[in-house]
Design a protein around this ligand. Structure first.
Ligand code: PBG
Length: 324
């Protein structure tokens, strides 16, 4: 039952047949576009570690969001760069915070674009960690209260989905509780469920100005060597009420995306993170790779592995490529 009866090349010999038997199709609806909002007016500041990405003030982010919407991308996820950082991350849950302002402004001009918010404290804390610190330790339970307040303030401002990325234990339950107690029971939670302590986040830390001032995130983010633990983390988040679960980073974690997809019946998101993006940009700039082809191959691999949703800085370029 093999050659010459079977000739797999028959189905590859021309474009029409190749397209007919293609197993994975990317579409604009697959993407979520991450954006960075900063204080001020008329600000459009290049992020040098992430070519093509910008820190945008509220007025500018609205314009960009409208472009994203016109391309058929259904959602953006917002990260805030506050004017002031402190030990309590006050601007994370202030009604006048940059993210809260951006949500209101985007929903006003572009009501059909879903606005997702990253719920985390690292960008707002003077020490750059994702939780409250005492005696050099990142405390779990006192952090939950702040995260819950932050998620609630995003929902009040009009966020469509909240996405906790801190990796504290119990944050999904704490957020679900506070949302429900305030009549936001219909706001979904997309949890960064299996988030690894990865070196691939470094360009983002320049973008979001959220580098830890001491130590690293290994006491709360997962060890990149662990596979079974991802299943445990995802199971706990679903139990606590997560509606969508995320695996992050994506490219080096295709086994995790696939495991999560095959184990649970909830939508799976994959975060194609800053380092994955910037490596492609850098190699392309050197003329070593074909940027567009690498981008599409990479995004395809995430969907093939089982991602239902893909958070990527390539979203806009990828949709333009799909339309060609
Ligand atoms: C905040 C957060 C990070 C990213 C998303 N949310 C940084 C981190 O955990 O250090 C990384 C995104 C990227 O690299 O593109 N906790």
């Amino acid at each position: 039952m093999s050659y010459p009866i079977h000739r797999p090349r028959r189905l590859r010999l021309n474009k029409i047949i190749r397209n007919m038997v293609r197993e994975t199709h990317l579409a604009s609806e697959d993407f979520i576009y991450p954006m960075f909002v900063t204080f001020g007016k008329g600000v459009r500041k290049k992020i040098s570690s992430m070519p093509g990405c910008f820190q945008l003030s509220v007025d500018e982010i609205v314009k960009e969001a409208q472009e994203v919407y016109k391309l058929g991308i259904p959602a953006v996820i917002l990260f805030g760069i506050p004017e002031h950082k402190d030990e309590k991350g006050s601007e994370a849950y202030s009604d006048k915070g940059v993210v809260q302002k951006a949500i209101r402004a985007i929903k006003d001009k572009c009501p059909d674009l879903a606005v997702i918010t990253d719920v985390c404290l690292c960008e707002y804390m003077s020490h750059g960690h994702c939780g409250v610190i005492k005696n050099g330790k990142i405390l779990n339970d006192p952090t939950l209260e702040l995260l819950a307040k932050e998620a609630l303030s995003h929902a009040k401002a009009g966020a469509d989905i909240v996405a906790p990325s801190d990796m504290m234990d119990g944050r999904v339950a704490a957020i679900r509780d506070i949302l429900d107690a305030n009549s936001f029971e219909d706001i979904p939670i997309m949890s960064y469920a299996a988030k690894y302590a990865s070196a691939f986040y470094s360009p983002f830390r320049e973008a979001a100005e959220a580098t830890p001032q001491f130590g690293d995130r290994r006491s709360y983010q997962m060890d990149p060597a662990n596979r079974r633990e991802a299943i445990k983390e995802v199971a706990l988040d679903i139990e606590e009420g997560a509606d969508i679960v995320m695996v992050k980073p994506a490219m080096c974690y295709l086994d995790i995306i696939s495991d999560v997809k095959n184990t649970f019946d909830v939508p799976v998101a994959a975060y194609n993170v800053s380092g994955e993006y910037s490596m492609v940009k850098a190699a392309a700039k050197l003329g070593w790779i074909d940027e567009k082809r690498i981008m599409m191959e990479l995004l395809n691999s995430l969907k093939r592995a089982g991602a239902d949703l893909i958070l990527t800085y390539f979203a806009v370029d990828a949709v333009k490529e799909l339309r060609k």
